[in-house]
Design a binder for this molecule. Structure first.
Ligand code: NAP
Length: 341
């Protein structure tokens, strides 16, 4: 019996919180590579909150997923057979081939990664998309300076945990907001955040922010939006900067969420609030990756991954992002390397 390519496709467009029924498992023949193509076996897939946005049939900065098509996303694979001069069997590559066990890629669709620098999974996390999001969002928009107070929501996640560490490297006072005691302990004891707030047990977020930030908030790195952000924005200092990275609290809402209007706060505080997507910085990715790699090697930066095992567990892993069931980067390991040198 020949091996088939297992795939996960979008079965329907969810209204509100997605469920396992949002996805369907299918199997396809594996396409042999043509000239300048490679056949890849998937090793790791990334599950990311932004994928929820792609389930809407709506205009955005990235095209919507199509019904009955494979869920596209960052993945790492091993070259099985190559008809490209650029790749050899056993090479480890990264690309957007998504939720499937095999993929036949054109050589320009993937990029080789060096497995000797750090575990290959880090190229989907601290050395990849989420690390770069933290790096550029914080440094380019947040522009933290020594002694300032930086507040981060979603602080124990893939992006937030890197933002906090970079903010520490820059000599700031770092305050993290996250949703469980385990996350709070991780931020305090392993990442050495100065103050931490569990928003799920806090009874008055404004008071908690006030207590954690006696000198006010100079930079607010916003990963979540909603009421957490309403509370932080009320404590901004003059000339504060607010990189708006994500709004996960609203991704599964069925109705538009309206909170306090921000204009008066921004005027009174002469504050800057700027949305961004990491793709804006594509030309500068090498700079960010080199710096993150250097901090990692110097021991100034560390990382945490939550790794689920098995292709069939990808949909559940994706849903876990919205339940807060991850610390650091959430990934799914699909198979082991077979050409492990
Ligand atoms: P992540 O933080 O590793 O995982 C998602 C976390 O969000 C969960 O663990 C959970 O942590 C928190 N969360 C879930 N529902 C929430 C809610 N209703 N209210 C508050 N927190 C909630 O994910 P990530 O990949 O690092 O992404 C973080 C944010 O950045 C997301 O909003 C994402 O869309 C955004 N992002 C933006 C870019 C960009 O280019 N702009 C790139 C990557 C990511 P708790 O237990 O703490 O609730």
């Amino acid at each position: 019996m020949s091996v088939l390519n297992k795939q996960i496709v979008l079965a329907n467009r969810p209204n509100g919180m997605p469920s396992l029924d949002t996805f369907r498992f299918v199997e396809q023949e594996i396409n042999e590579p043509a000239e300048d193509e490679v056949l890849l076996r998937t090793l790791y897939v990334s599950v990311d909150p932004y994928m929820r946005g792609r389930m809407h049939d709506a205009e955005s900065y990235i095209a919507p997923f199509q019904l009955n098509e494979v869920i596209e996303g960052g993945s790492i694979g091993e070259v099985v057979t190559s008809k490209s001069e650029k790749y050899q069997p056993g090479d480890i590559v990264i690309g957007m081939f998504g939720w499937q066990t095999y993929y036949t890629a054109k050589e320009e669709e993937v990029r080789k990664i060096d497995p000797s620098i750090a575990p290959i999974s880090t190229h989907l996390g601290v050395l990849g998309m989420t690390g770069l999001t933290a790096y550029f969002g914080l440094l380019d928009i947040g522009k933290p300076t020594e002694g300032e107070t930086v507040v981060i929501s979603g602080a124990a996640g893939a992006v937030g945990s890197v933002v906090g560490q970079i903010a520490k490297i820059k000599g700031t006072r770092v305050v993290g907001i996250a949703g469980s005691d385990e996350k709070i302990t991780f931020l305090k004891e392993q990442l050495h955040f100065d103050e931490v707030i569990n928003y799920k047990t806090a009874t008055n977020m404004k008071k908690e922010i006030e207590k954690a930030c006696p000198n006010g908030v100079d930079v607010y790195f916003d990963n979540v939006g909603g009421e957490i952000s309403d509370a932080v924005l009320s404590k901004l200092n003059r000339f504060a900067r607010v990189p708006v990275c994500g709004a996960i609290s609203s991704y599964n809402l069925e109705k538009i969420d309206v909170g306090p209007r921000v204009q008066t706060t921004l005027i009174k505080k002469s504050a800057l609030m700027q949305g961004f997507t990491v793709g804006n910085y594509a030309k500068r990715f090498p700079e960010g990756a080199i710096q993150l790699g250097q901090w990692l090697q110097e021991g100034k930066l560390t990382y945490r991954e939550t790794i689920r095992e098995g292709f069939e567990n990808i949909p559940n892993a994706f849903l876990d992002l919205f339940k807060g069931n991850n610390i650091g980067k959430l990934l799914v390991k699909v198979s082991d390397r077979q050409n492990d040198q």
